[in-house]
Design a protein around this ligand. Structure first.
Ligand SMILES: NC(=O)c1ccc[n+]([C@@H]2O[C@H](COP(=O)([O-])OP(=O)(O)OC[C@H]3O[C@@H](n4cnc5c(N)ncnc54)[C@H](OP(=O)(O)O)[C@@H]3O)[C@@H](O)[C@H]2O)c1
Length: 318
């Protein structure tokens, strides 16, 4: 049972509220009728800046914090800007966690990623495989920054008794994702590419890599629900995985998207481009045992997302 039970009257700060994960956590809290959800734009408080971060915590006195602010991107962005991925994410994690400690935050949930696990970790990946082997080189700087965040949570717990937990989600998709073709993850990139190919009547769409790499996908609303449950029920130092168990190859994902979008051309691969880790599936037993389970299938999630994007005249699809 939790040492602290989050209540809808608590002051809850969601760092990164405009992003894929942060916006889903805000929706989840709003659904639960939380009355004091704190958010601030990166323009007003740059979480890479220690003073701005500390001033914000002092001023707003949040009781619970979800850390979904991060500099995030796919393989291309990670390879092009390794220094930015390492620096920004270490600074954000350090500043938010240290400020939360100083401000006496009751509980903090830090979001890591499944990319922190070793490249050749046994599948499905258990939490205790962290730091047992080399990382996937294409996103090593990002992973190192996220591991630093995990270690910060564990160290502040050990040294100061802070109730800070770390959650490792699998690959996510959903509303408010980044659809920039250079910097996005595979689901938004493919939805946009295939949609544009359909509009232009193109003969084919090319996938990065062999298409054989396998990924587990989770709808971000399911993740937000898991974060809400973990904020209520999980108080351990050990990291905890959150996955759907639904694994597909990138080629299969592209075929699903082709069917949903109604694209008549071919999906072809470009094996000269990197695949990243070939297999990635999380063992989410610990989270399942706490009573959470994913509810949105990949097919439903993709279909709803595509429908919403093509209905919204302000989306990148217009
Ligand atoms: N997307 C995935 O597939 C995935 C999978 C596993 C784990 N995660 C984890 O989930 C977390 C959030 O990812 P996401 O996909 O939601 O990212 P996202 O959509 O890119 O959103 C990132 C959020 O962080 C904010 N932010 C970035 N730099 C900031 C700064 N210097 N100061 C203040 N705010 C800043 C952004 O605000 P602005 O828009 O104002 O810049 C935005 O609200 C990350 O820790 C990531 O590791 C994501």
């Amino acid at each position: 049972m939790s040492r602290s039970s989050i209540h809808k009257s608590n002051r809850v700060y969601v760092a990164g509220h405009t992003g894929l994960v942060g916006s889903a956590i805000v929706r989840r809290l709003e659904n639960a009728r939380f009355e004091r959800i704190l958010t601030v734009s990166s323009g007003d408080v740059d979480l890479r800046c220690p003073q701005q971060t500390e001033d914000f915590f002092c001023r707003e006195e949040p009781e619970y914090v979800f850390v979904a602010a991060a500099h995030v991107g796919g393989i291309h962005a990670n390879q092009s800007y390794p220094a930015t991925f390492l620096y920004d994410n270490i600074m954000i994690a350090s500043n938010v966690i240290n400020s939360a400690h100083k401000a006496g935050v009751t509980k903090l949930l830090f979001l890591g990623s499944s990319c922190i696990y070793p490249k050749h970790a046994a599948q499905p990946i258990k939490e205790d495989s962290l730091l047992t082997g080399p990382l996937e080189p294409t996103n090593e700087p990002y992973a190192i920054a996220k591991i630093a965040g995990v270690k910060l949570c564990q160290s502040y717990r050990r040294q100061y008794g802070c109730n800070f937990i770390s959650v490792m989600p699998t690959n996510l998709y959903g509303p408010n994702d980044n659809f920039d073709l250079e910097n996005s993850h595979v689901v938004p990139a493919l939805l946009r590419k295939v949609h544009e190919a359909k509009c232009q009547d193109a003969p084919f769409v090319t996938l990065w890599g062999t298409g054989k790499a396998e990924r587990e996908f989770l709808h971000v609303d399911d993740l937000a629900d898991a974060c809400f449950v973990l904020m209520q029920r999980y108080d351990q130092s050990e990291i905890i995985n959150v996955g759907s168990g639904e694994v597909v190859s990138i080629q299969e994902l592209a075929e699903m998207i082709r069917a949903i979008v109604g694209f008549k051309g071919l999906i072809q691969t470009d094996p000269s481009k990197p695949d990243g880790t070939m297999h990635k599936r999380l063992d989410s037993t610990k989270c399942l045992e706490l009573g959470w389970e994913s509810k949105i299938t990949l097919d439903d999630g993709l279909r709803n997302l595509y429908d919403a994007l093509t209905r919204d005249a302000s989306s990148v699809f217009y």
